[in-house]
Design a protein around this ligand. Sequence first.
Ligand code: 3PG
Length: 219
Amino acid sequence: MNSQTLGPIEAQLAARLAAAPVVPLIGENDAARAIETARALAAGGLSVIEVVLRSSDAQKGMEAILAETEDLIVGAGTVLTLDQAKSVVASGAQFIVSPGLVDDIALYCLDEGIPFFPGTMTAGEVQRAYALGLRAVKFFPASLAGGVPMLKAFSAVFSEMRFMPTGGVSAGNLSEFLALPSVIACGGSWLTPKAAVEAGDYAAITRLASEAVSIAQQR
Ligand code: 3PG
């Protein structure tokens, strides 16, 4: 996923995403609910999970998932600063996602062998990520940034770059994004609806995960 040889975490992540190219977002503040949500996603076949740092206790939720579950790859999303990146890596985050491209986070992750997916939505941002040494980026917000046609245009120019479209992806358009060979996975919150998490309807989350896996298998 970067210009060097794949490190152990990168290779494991690449293998998981090849098998099930969907990354659900967990935004839950409550650690117990975060753990149950992660388990429900895994039961549906999704074992790469991004915990977004958008609330005071989100990092604790990520740490709880790491402590209480096995065989999941758990990353941190909405990482905005280098300090935050270092903090989540110290807590065990196995990959990092940002809404935009911050060079010092990219360089730190490349040094540490931590997969980093910065949000990009212009050719200039993709090119900067490429020049820094990244070979996979988030495409964000995917639907507003031009969707599949924009990704096709990027893929023609940046032939080595791989993309993780996120933002506006759903069961309805997942297959269109996954049809592009340059797409390594799609990310999104549609797999963890707030109402289902708050109601403790984990069976609904497992059903959404299974549906995404079956769409991905038709790739
Ligand atoms: C993100 O953090 O990547 C996006 O906010 C997720 O977008 P979605 O809610 O449309 O999936």
